[in-house]
Write a protein that binds this ligand. Structure first.
Ligand SMILES: [Zn+2]
Length: 167
């Protein structure tokens, strides 16, 4: 099964699934890892029905798009904030954009929205208004002001670093 641009260019991430997007409005695309993240006793039936009726199409993004997402996320300083499922669904959205000329990613996850915007993918929030433009982040020590590109503790004073937008 592959991308059918005539029917849909919309991708769902785990946050969208948890927010209860109405799957019958599909087809929607998603990845195996997102599916694994959302499957529980209650939603399994709903997901299986949606897949059987081709309202939910599970695809795995080509490797090169995964690499593209990683490098964009690194530029924005948020690679450490993304799960593998986040990276894969962003890669799929980027791939759909290449295949169809545009793509839409439904998600309420601000970090996922951030990277999607930098990839030229349109983002739509479900319960909350979506971000409009990407923001660069870095990790900062609140005590001494030390900045780092990866999460962890401050090498100067040992305080836990916090993610902050770069102004
Ligand atoms: Zn410090």
């Amino acid at each position: 099964m592959s991308v059918d641009c005539g029917r849909s260019n919309v991708v769902l991430d785990a946050a969208a699934m948890f927010a209860g997007v109405e799957l019958s409005y599909g087809p929607f695309y998603t990845t195996e890892s997102v599916l694994r993240e959302v499957i529980d006793g209650e939603s399994r039936m709903r997901l299986e029905l949606a897949q059987a009726s081709r309202k939910l199409v599970v695809l795995s993004p080509p490797r090169e798009y995964v690499e593209l997402v990683r490098s964009k996320a690194r530029e924005l300083g948020v690679l450490g904030e993304l799960t593998n499922a986040d990276v894969e669904v962003l890669a799929l959205a980027s791939y759909v954009k290449r295949a169809c000329g545009s793509s839409i990613l439904y998600t309420d996850d601000r970090m996922v929205q951030n990277v999607a915007l930098s990839l030229g993918v349109q983002v739509l929030g479900i319960k909350y208004a979506e971000k409009r433009r990407p923001t660069r982040y870095s990790y900062r020590c609140r005590v001494c002001g030390y900045r780092a590109s990866a999460p962890g503790t401050c090498p100067r004073c040992g305080t836990l670093l916090e993610l902050e937008p770069v102004r």
